[in-house]
Design a protein around this ligand. Structure first.
Ligand SMILES: Cc1cc2nc3c(=O)[nH]c(=O)nc-3n(C[C@H](O)[C@H](O)[C@H](O)COP(=O)(O)OP(=O)(O)OC[C@H]3O[C@@H](n4cnc5c(N)ncnc54)[C@H](O)[C@@H]3O)c2cc1C
Length: 125
């Protein structure tokens, strides 16, 4: 049984291949200046760094552990519709307009994810 994400086996310098005792960060800090430093290499940080780099910014991504170490490699991998919060609770908390906008954003994210998978030719089944 593997207690780490399978995709770690597909990357060079995989943390899975390293003995725990000698686990060291794989990259040193850059010595030059960058436009943006993104902290955290989960979905949020990686997506932000990718977007910024595509817009022409120089970006460094700083991850304390390994890329995908946090929730992003421990989830169910399900592309969900809607949001965790029930509609009534959402309206109560944010008002009808904002609640509706949040739902629309969540729905749009599915198409966005499919676009990202296609753009990057990600073999994720
Ligand atoms: C058990 C579980 C099941 C889930 N199931 C689903 C699902 O089926 N579908 C779904 O859509 N969502 C699911 N989620 C939610 C989803 O996984 C998260 O919303 C998403 O991964 C959050 O991504 P993130 O990049 O914001 O955070 P994370 O992936 O947690 O990334 C944060 C990163 O920041 C790093 N970090 C933190 N502090 C520092 C620091 N000071 N310096 C440098 N690095 C730092 C951490 O090491 C980590 O790698 C699930 C979550 C869990 C926990």
């Amino acid at each position: 049984m593997k207690e780490y994400p399978y995709w770690w086996d597909t990357i060079s310098d995989s943390p899975a291949a390293r003995p725990q005792s000698s686990a060291e960060p794989s990259n040193s800090l850059p010595t030059s200046r960058v436009d943006v430093a993104v902290i955290g290499g989960g979905y949020t940080g990686l997506s932000a760094a990718r977007q910024l780099a595509r817009a022409g910014a120089s970006v460094v991504l700083l991850e304390r552990e390994w890329i995908g170490w946090g929730a992003s490699s421990r989830n169910g991998g399900q592309v969900l519709t809607g949001l965790k919060l029930e509609p009534a609770a959402r309206v109560h908390r944010c008002g009808e307009i904002r609640a509706s906008a949040l739902f629309d954003a969540a729905s749009a994210s599915i198409e966005r994810l499919e676009g990202l998978i296609a753009e990057e030719s990600i073999q994720c089944g």
